[in-house]
Design a protein around this ligand. Structure first.
Ligand SMILES: Cc1cc2nc3c(=O)[nH]c(=O)nc-3n(C[C@H](O)[C@H](O)[C@H](O)COP(=O)(O)O)c2cc1C
Length: 205
């Protein structure tokens, strides 16, 4: 277990970094550590709704920057993690869902019961929104993991979905673009953090 203060330090260190030092590259072992935090994230019904594309090519980064309101975080970063949210795989009777549920090793009737619950659960839901929400959890974990080892990040929600799909040749039936997450090392000191007070946000009942 890590110390509470070490974790809090990571939360204070993390900020939406607006410009990275483009001369610094994240070592592969640190990148793997950050991606592992994403991979190990929780997901509704264990369906691991994400796929991570790590963009390292300078040419692709420039194209992505244009697709993200020209935000310089993208092209100055060391790596851009594009988080894709599964869509077609989440259809109730897809091979993916069947495989994910069968790895739970439940007795056959319990597997079918769970599967039936899933069919009803997805009926009243926007699958894409649900999938994107799971991806944001993975993004948060990756940002915290990065901060814990002194690496900066900036979640980017201002992207043109069709443009990002086109640049990365993503099939729109298969994936929605959930978030664009450039990571690297800050160029400038971080600004003051503004947050509502504990008492404004938290109620104990
Ligand atoms: C889903 C999401 C999308 C965001 N999109 C952008 C963005 O496109 N550009 C940007 O500079 N920051 C973006 N941010 C960062 C927020 O603006 C930032 O987290 C917030 O203002 C609080 O500041 P801090 O993270 O530096 O503490 C986004 C954050 C989230 C969670």
């Amino acid at each position: 277990m890590i110390m509470k203060n070490a974790l809090l330090d990571a939360f204070y260190f993390r900020h939406a970094c607006k410009l990275f030092d483009d001369s610094r590259k994240i070592p592969q072992s640190d990148l793997d550590f950050i991606l592992e935090a994403g991979r190990l994230s929780p997901s509704s019904m264990g369906l691991e709704h994400w796929k991570f594309i790590v963009v390292q090519s300078p040419q692709l980064k420039v194209k992505l920057r244009h697709a993200c309101s020209d935000q310089p975080q993208i092209s100055s970063s060391s790596d851009v993690i594009v988080i894709l949210a599964k869509i077609s795989d989440l259809q109730p009777d897809s091979a993916y869902v069947i495989a994910q549920f069968s790895r739970l090793n439940l007795p056959p009737d319990k597997t079918e019961e769970f599967h039936q619950f899933y069919r009803e659960f997805v009926q009243n839901r926007d699958l894409t929104d649900w999938s994107v929400a799971q991806c944001h959890i993975a993004a948060a974990n990756m940002m915290t993991a990065a901060a814990a080892i002194g690496i900066d990040s900036c979640p980017i929600g201002a992207f043109g979905t069709d443009q990002v799909r086109h640049i990365l040749q993503i099939d729109h039936n298969q994936y929605e673009v959930a978030l664009v997450l450039p990571i690297g090392y800050r160029k400038h000191p971080q600004p003051a953090k503004h947050r509502l007070a504990f008492s404004d946000l938290i109620e104990f009942r």
